[in-house]
Design a protein around this ligand. Structure first.
Ligand code: NAD
Length: 249
């Protein structure tokens, strides 16, 4: 069953990792998708990869500067003009941080907040305007397991993900009247390029702390997004769905 047949989606941070898995899962489920990245080369590489998997996929690539609200608005309008509607946005682009509070540079703190929080606000605002006009839509955010417990370094990253949860719950309450659902997925440790490259000695103790006995695959996370994007979740809004194997670190 194609859960997103006839729907259109835009996915930020869609060139690799969790975002690319979301793009692929949405395409397999009948959606038309705009994948966004920070560089044209990585966008083109992801498009090439997807077209090689299935030449019939309806997918385009965009490169809006996520710090620039008018470029984001333009990207949203391009999706609507290209595919005929704008139904789903997945705010997934994000950077993590590990600096100690004693060495943290204010500009590094700001950089994390600008992408993980400010950009999510700009993208949600641009998407909500179009969705309201067309009678509804779905806004989805990538949070993190650290949004529940914090993390013992890199304070900007957990702070930004707590903010993602706050924005998710607040916008769900504000936008329900416009038939716009807003939810987040909170992944645990997920096997993106960076995690896959970790040495055995680092990954083993991480796995030992995960009751399901393995790290997550990007597809595990993408399937949660698929559910929340689809009509199966038609009465679900303001939720933060953990996809972490019950890890509590
Ligand atoms: P990744 O580093 O593999 O991919 C990041 C994506 O964000 C890329 O597509 C990149 O183009 C985009 N991006 C980075 N900086 C950007 C910028 N300045 N402007 C526009 N786009 C930019 O990351 P990932 O591990 O797949 O993470 C995706 C999301 O999942 C992030 O929000 C991250 O915080 C969250 N997350 C990841 C994990 C994990 O273990 N991988 C766990 C919890 C949450």
């Amino acid at each position: 069953m194609e859960l997103l047949k006839g729907k259109t989606a835009m996915v930020t941070g869609g060139t690799r990792g969790i975002g690319l898995a979301v793009v692929r899962t949405f395409l397999k489920n009948g959606a038309s998708v705009a994948l966004c990245g920070s560089r044209q080369e990585t966008v083109d590489k992801a498009l090439e990869q997807l077209k090689a998997e299935n030449p019939d996929y309806k997918v385009i690539g965009l490169c809006p500067d996520l710090q620039n609200p008018s470029e984001i608005e333009q990207a949203v309008n391009t999706v609507k003009e290209t595919f005929g509607s704008f139904d789903i946005i997945v705010n997934n682009a994000g950077v993590s941080a590990r600096e100690s509070i004693y060495d943290y540079k204010p500009e590094d703190f700001s950089r994390t907040m600008e992408l993980n929080v400010n950009a999510l606000f700009y993208c949600s605002q641009a998407a909500a305007k179009v969705m309201k006009e067309q009678g509804g839509g779905v806004i989805l955010n990538t949070s993190s397991m650290v949004s529940l417990y914090g993390q013992p370094s890199g304070v900007a990253y957990p702070s930004s993900k707590f903010a993602v949860n706050g924005m998710t719950k607040s916008l769900a309450r504000e936008l329900g009247k416009d038939n716009i659902r807003v939810n987040a997925v909170a992944p645990g440790v997920t096997k993106t390029d960076m995690v896959a490259a970790l040495p055995e000695a680092v990954i083993k103790p991480i796995i030992a702390g995960i009751p399901l006995g393995r790290v997550g695959e990007p597809e595990d996370v993408a399937n949660a997004f698929l559910y929340l994007a689809s009509d199966l979740a038609s009465y679900v809004t303001g939720e933060i769905l953990s996809v972490d194997g019950a890890a509590r670190t």
